[in-house]
Design a protein around this ligand. Structure first.
Ligand code: UGA
Length: 445
């Protein structure tokens, strides 16, 4: 590659954008992160990450110190300066249907296009329904200032929260959708570091790139609902789903990952992505995919109901005025994200039925309180467990897996635990006097 390194703008500084901006700076490029929220920009500028993501604060400070990375609310300035513009805004579930809400993606693409001052590449990273990029291309062609050549391509992101830095710097694959040969060459330069370290590049058309992303999430969701469906059979038959999953996982065609049975999937991605894919598949007349994913969604939501039922059962048929300790609020460990969190969903449902619910999470207490202010919150495991009739382990933080059941038993009103993530050592809890209930592990009950 010749000439100066491309200048990068990253529009949207949420989980995806903030991580992407920092990672691009780490790869040696000059980067500006853009957000409409001045508070986020202020925090990032001060070297603070507005959410919990392991390893990101250190890398942010390091990259701010190099002078290669900055943040701004001034989209015109950032767009006028950069050569490659990454669209990293959210596509939440619409308030009125299962469709994805594309207003942020459309607004950002329009803002980039209108402010272009020289030829540029617009790179979509957001998760979108197939067909969106082609539509955005028309928008870019229509709105681009005279004399400016703007190309729009799709480069979906596969990072996991909690592992966002490693996933961005060492992606399993780099998908480049709808690129001209110039655009492909430019993006191969941007990702030269990961490519040199072995990340494979898949070059494809726009709809394939959009669909790779949602199919990946749909497959992961299906894997989880598959094991949860089998978990129900295990319970009925007296088998142990965790041992079964280990045995299945030895088959490399199946693999052990994403076979942890329990409360099921949540978060800002899997649930809304399968729903948006169902919606889009139906629109396209491809109803079979929708029917399959409908089952995946129903099995998943059913797991939440099963845990609620188990809690009611543990309280003798009614949770009214009973004290319930909820360990975990985040949708999974190593994040403070509570979007569509199964843990909070269960906690809120029990609260609605009249239980006194106290939630503890090592990182997500504040985000949880902001979303469900009427639940009780504790600042330690001990405090959440104090005086309870039953405790529920709903997010598998290490702190809960390692907790001392003998000590906790002394704090409760009645030592009963429901392990909804299948990660506690059942024998250890039982020998400390606990009534232990695990999902898909009836053999041990
Ligand atoms: C997911 C995908 O894994 C990423 O590849 C993708 O980039 C991202 O969505 C996205 O679309 O942005 P994430 O939402 O961070 O990432 O979380 P996952 O690690 O996939 O976990 C999702 C949910 O599945 C969690 O609630 C987790 O508790 C649950 N899960 C996971 C299980 O119930 N069982 C398992 O075996 C694995």
């Amino acid at each position: 590659p010749t000439g100066p390194a491309p200048r990068i703008a990253v529009l949207g500084t949420g989980y995806l954008g903030a991580t992407h901006a920092v990672a691009m700076a780490q790869l040696g490029m000059e980067v500006v992160g853009v957000d409409t929220d001045p508070h986020k920009v202020e925090m990032l500028t001060a070297g603070k990450v507005p959410f919990y993501e392991p390893g990101l604060p250190e890398l942010l400070s390091e990259q701010m110190a190099t002078g290669r990375l900055r943040f701004t609310t001034d989209v015109a300035e950032a767009v006028g300066w950069a050569d490659v513009h990454f669209v990293c805004v959210g596509t939440p579930q619409s308030k009125t249907s299962h469709a994805a809400d594309l207003r942020y993606v459309e607004a950002v693409t329009t803002a980039i296009t209108e402010n272009l001052t020289h030829d540029a590449l617009i790179v979509g990273k957001s998760t979108v329904p197939v067909g969106t990029a082609a539509r955005l291309r028309t928008l870019v062609a229509r709105e681009a200032p005279a004399g400016v050549r703007a190309e729009l391509v799709w480069n979906p992101e596969f990072l996991r929260e909690g592992k966002a830095v490693a996933d961005t710097l060492h992606p399993d694959r780099i998908v480049l959708g709808g690129t001209s040969s110039d655009a492909e060459a430019l993006l191969r330069r941007v990702y030269a570091g990961p490519i040199a370290e072995g990340s494979p590049v898949v070059v494809c058309d726009l709809p394939t790139a959009e669909l790779v992303k949602v199919s990946a999430n749909a497959f992961l969701a299906t894997k989880i609902s598959f094991i949860n469906a089998i978990s129900g059979v295990c319970e009925a038959a007296g088998a142990d789903v965790t041992v079964l999953a280990d045995a299945l996982g030895h088959d490399v065609r199946i693999g052990r990952q994403f076979l942890d049975a329990g409360l099921g999937f949540g978060g800002g991605c899997l649930p809304k992505d399968i729903r948006a894919l169902m919606y889009r598949a139906n629109e396209l007349g491809a109803g079979r995919a929708a029917a399959l994913l409908q089952q995946v969604d129903e099995i998943n939501m059913g797991q939440r109901q099963s845990v609620i039922d188990l809690a009611v059962q543990a309280c003798g048929g009614s949770v009214l005025n009973r004290r319930i300790g909820v360990l975990g609020a985040a949708f999974k460990p190593h994040t403070d994200d509570v979007r569509d969190s199964p843990a909070l969903n269960v906690a809120a449902a029990l609260h609605l039925r009249g239980a006194q619910v106290t939630v503890y999470d090592p990182e997500a207490g504040d985000t949880a309180r902001a979303m469900f202010p009427t639940l009780g919150y504790a600042t330690s495991v001990d405090e959440a467990v104090e005086g309870t009739d039953v405790i529920l382990v709903l997010t598998e933080w290490d702190e809960f897996i390692q907790a001392d059941p003998a000590h906790l038993a002394l704090l409760t009103h009645q030592p009963a635990v429901i392990d909804a993530r299948g990660r506690l050592d059942a024998a250890r809890w039982r020998s400390a006097g606990w009534t232990f209930t695990g999902l898909g592990r009836a053999a041990l009950a």
